[in-house]
Ligand binder design. Structure first.
Ligand code: FAD
Ligand code: ZN
Length: 487
């Protein structure tokens, strides 16, 4: 069977060069890394995979697609967890991969800022800052693959949010290709600029639905002179919250990480990545990883401050046992265990992921209620609970009963599990997406939990900026059903 030639492919080849366009009849192993999502939940089919090498080439591709009425899916490192950056199965969406946009454009040491292209891998950006004696405090387990453009498009969180905020808080300026191919040159290193609407914040967290981020200026910090790390076994969730309050009181703004890990999350690491051996597991229902970073303290002072925190915590009963990292290598090992939980969970099999946030004070009540409901509704289902407790962000994931067929379990029960968890999140004043975004995975669910007026405003913004609806259609804002148009 011969397929009809697609004239758009020739136009795209003219925009970026033939080697940087993959046609749908390319060998499947070449297409797969772009068409399959990180979790292996979806394998889509792209009309073409196009890899521009400059902002001007991105603009040319966008103009060509707009002229042809072709939808575009921007993709960076393809580590997103909500199916926002992979094509659907229609074969009509052009996948625009940003990874060739990988130049560092400027590093302004005195201004503590770094300007770089959107396809730069986060780890490369961190290294560039470190080489100049500065620090980019954005850290995710996917940092070896995810890109700055993806981080900003999803307003990524990670393990340093407690002190430095989300990706949004680290961004000073953006360069964006708009849906008609025009370029907004907003790369500013300014910390203050009240000259009207702050467009940067529209694009950050818009998941590729309003424009394609091609470059960004990021805010850097002085490198901490010393970092210390402790791993603490806690007897309960309320105890973990007491420990957080104690750490905030005694460590002050130097507290840069406070991560929670449930017993089952650590069991999966022990089982699938045995070389990592989580400390204090399985003695406590939860473990907490505490990080302290200071620009002024010496290592010795740092250790002393953590020691004193741990002693108070043990005395007050909010810690059961603790391990203090005695070297940078030990601290890195502890972080490695924490960051390996998603990988260990992926190896255990598909699961229903919930990236939720709650007022920190409501976390114990939420967990008690959601766990009880789950146990009642689906006896044997396993709760893998871990996350950034200091930010009120839990990865509250539900795995099938041990030994069961994960895919079959999800097919049968995922919708019920999601409703149970998200309704409970809503009752406790939380959000159904803390840091991963909405993508297509949660687009149909969002209207049930998001304020109707907020959604109406979002649709108006989308309509105003992308009237043809060509950028990442159906992501964040679900496509209206034919018999159920949006109000
Ligand atoms: P992609 O997956 O390629 O895309 C994500 C979304 O952004 C898509 O909607 C895509 O269309 C859009 N997009 C990508 N690039 C651009 C661009 N240049 N312009 C416009 N839109 C664009 N996330 C967290 O927030 N915190 C975590 O702690 C965290 N841990 C993770 C751990 C693991 C092991 C994995 C696999 C993922 C984790 N994630 C986490 C999710 C993911 O890594 C982040 O969402 C990351 O920011 C995505 O970056 P990316 O370059 O891979 O984007
Ligand atoms: Zn996370």
């Amino acid at each position: 069977m011969t397929t009809k030639p697609d004239p758009l492919l020739d136009t795209l080849r003219a925009c970026v060069g033939a080697p940087f366009v993959l046609a749908p009849d390319a060998p499947p192993p070449e297409l797969e890394p772009y068409e399959r999502d990180w979790r292996g939940r979806q394998r889509g089919r792209a009309r073409a995979v196009v890899r521009p090498g400059s902002s001007a080439e991105v603009a040319a591709v966008v103009r060509a697609c707009a002229a042809a009425g072709a939808a575009i899916v921007p993709q960076g490192g393809n580590t997103g967890l909500v199916l926002g950056g992979v094509p659907d199965s229609s074969g009509t969406e052009v996948l625009l991969c940003t990874r060739r946009l990988n130049r560092i454009r400027a590093l302004d040491v005195a201004n503590h800022s770094l300007t770089l292209e959107a396809g730069c891998v986060l780890q490369t950006a961190q290294q560039a800052a470190a080489e100049a004696g500065l620090w980019l405090p954005l850290s995710l387990a996917s940092e070896g693959s995810c890109t700055i453009g993806g981080n900003l498009a999803t307003n990524a969180g990670g393990t340093q949010v407690l002190r430095f905020g989300n990706a949004r808080d680290l961004c000073l300026g953006l360069e964006v290709v708009c849906p008609d191919g025009a370029i907004w040159h907003g790369l500013s290193g300014l910390r203050k600029d009240n000259t009207g609407y702050d467009l940067r914040h529209l694009y950050i967290g818009s998941e590729g639905t309003l424009g394609i981020i091609t470059a960004a200026t990021l805010k850097l910090q002085p490198q901490p002179a010393a970092q210390g790390c402790a791993w603490v076994g806690v007897p309960s969730l309320p105890a973990a919250l007491e420990l957080l309050a104690l750490a905030q009181r005694t460590l002050g703004p130097g507290l840069s990480g406070f991560e929670l890990m449930g017993q089952l999350a650590l069991q999966l690491v022990a089982q699938h990545l045995p070389a990592l051996r989580p400390p204090l597991w399985p003695d406590w229902p939860y473990c907490v990883l505490i990080e302290l970073s200071e620009s002024a303290d010496s290592e010795t002072q740092m250790q002393a401050r953590l020691q004193s925190l741990l002693q108070s915590a043990l005395q007050q009963g909010c810690a059961g046992d603790a391990v203090l990292a005695e070297s940078l290598a030990q601290a890195q090992r502890l972080w490695h265990v924490r960051e390996s939980i998603p990988l260990a969970q992926a190896q255990e099999g598909l699961n229903a992921k919930h990236d939720i946030s709650l007022p920190i004070s409501r976390i114990p009540a939420f967990c008690a209620e959601a766990e009880a409901l789950l146990a009642q509704t689906l006896p044997g289902a396993r709760l893998v609970n871990f996350g950034h407790l200091g930010d009120g962000n839990l990865h509250f994931n539900v795995q099938c009963p041990a030994g069961a067929d994960a895919a079959a379990f999800l097919r049968l029960h995922e919708a019920r599990i999601n409703a149970l968890v998200f309704d409970c999140v809503q009752r406790h004043g939380g959000s159904i997406s803390a840091e991963h975004g909405i993508g297509t995975l949660r687009a149909a669910t969002l209207p049930r939990y998001k304020d109707a007026q907020a959604l109406a405003l979002m649709r108006q913004i989308k309509q105003a900026l992308d009237p043809q609806g060509l950028l990442n259609p159906g992501r964040v804002l679900a496509r209206p059903l034919p018999d159920n148009p949006p109000p």
